[in-house]
Design a protein around this ligand. Structure first.
Ligand code: SF4
Length: 266
């Protein structure tokens, strides 16, 4: 089997949700405007590094969803997201802090590692390049709120960056956060992932794969007042046997164990 970050992180979060998604085929309907827009924006970044008109690319990609029944959060609209995206691209070009040499090779870079039992782990890194002249792997995020920067060192615990560091062997990692707000902001955050963290992550992957092979899919809601992970879980309707929630959030597809690459672009 081939595993991805999305699969392992879902298993760690709640094994029952993993079973629903990858064995039973219950996929979340892709209706969140912010997620769809994030993908269009990442394609526009690709155009930027290819020295193409990134604003035109963003418009073209996003225009495909102009009439789509997407869910917009309060204050969001198709026009507003486009406007914010264009301003973020302008800001990104002005900052000029990221370099990607040979973008055709160093954007959406496929990395793979063999796992015990003949399995494989595959990841697509957003980019490998330089931030302020320092070589690092780079992950883009589009979001409506800033990534928390306190306490110091928080970024080094970010599991997706740790995963990409483990799969690529690159210790220096950066998160470039495009914050969609009234005055757009871009956070350039950098940290190092230690050898021990990479070993620990590899162990987490192997342990998870073993448990998946042993069909361990107990629910693990993580409920602890006042946080409740089930509330944001797309499979809540299945656990509550609530047909209205199932119809609203899920679609069942055959051949469920696909790669789920798109989740990684959220
Ligand atoms: S609703 Fe809660 S228990 Fe059920 S799959 Fe989701 S996280 Fe797990």
């Amino acid at each position: 089997m081939i595993f991805s970050y999305s699969q392992i992180s879902r298993y760690v979060r709640c094994p029952r949700s993993y079973r629903y998604r990858y064995l039973d085929g219950w996929q979340e309907k892709e209706t969140r405007a912010a997620t769809v827009f994030g993908r269009a924006f990442e394609n526009a970044l690709g155009a930027y590094f290819a020295h193409e008109d990134c604003g035109a690319t963003l418009f073209k990609e996003w225009a495909a969803f102009r009439e789509a029944p997407l869910r917009y959060k309060n204050g969001e609209s198709w026009d507003r997201l486009l406007h914010q995206g264009i301003r973020l691209l302008e800001r990104f070009a002005r900052d000029d802090r990221i370099r990607i040499h040979r973008p055709e090779d160093h954007l959406q870079v496929k990395m793979a590692r063999n796992l015990p039992g003949g399995h494989e782990f595959v990841a697509y890194l957003d980019a490998i390049g330089e931030l302020d002249g320092q070589h690092c792997l780079i992950d883009w995020k589009t979001t409506s709120s800033r990534y928390p920067e306190e306490p110091a060192g928080l970024l080094s615990l970010e599991p997706q960056l740790t995963c990409y560091s483990w799969v690529s062997g690159i210790a220096e990692v950066a998160l470039v956060v495009f914050v969609r707000k009234r005055i757009p902001e871009i956070q350039y955050l950098r940290t190092s992932v230690s050898e021990q963290q990479r070993r620990d992550f590899g162990q987490l992957v192997e342990d998870s794969v073993q448990q998946i092979e042993a069909a361990q899919f107990l629910p693990h809601s993580g409920i602890r007042f006042p946080q409740n992970g089930c509330v944001s879980c797309s499979h809540l309707g299945l656990c509550l046997n609530n047909q209205r929630l199932i119809d609203a959030n899920l679609i069942r597809k055959a051949g469920a164990s696909d790669f789920d690459w798109l989740d990684e672009l959220d």
